[in-house]
Write a protein that binds this ligand. Structure first.
Ligand SMILES: [Zn+2]
Length: 56
């Protein structure tokens, strides 16, 4: 996944916040260019390690 504005890899974007929903996890990220993207991680995609990180 890449930034729609500048094309930087999403790995370089800062995670602003993560919310747990019935569908999985919604993650808000802000790219270095200032563009905010929303990422949906379904439960099938989410590994236990990620769940712990989101709660920390
Ligand atoms: Zn960007």
């Amino acid at each position: 996944m890449r930034c729609a504005q500048c094309g930087r890899p999403a790995a370089e974007a800062r995670t602003i916040s993560t919310h747990h929903t019935s569908d999985g996890w919604v993650r808000y990220k802000r790219c270095a260019c200032g563009s905010v993207s929303i990422e949906l991680l379904t439960l099938e995609d989410t590994r236990p390690r990620d769940l712990h990180a989101a709660r920390a």
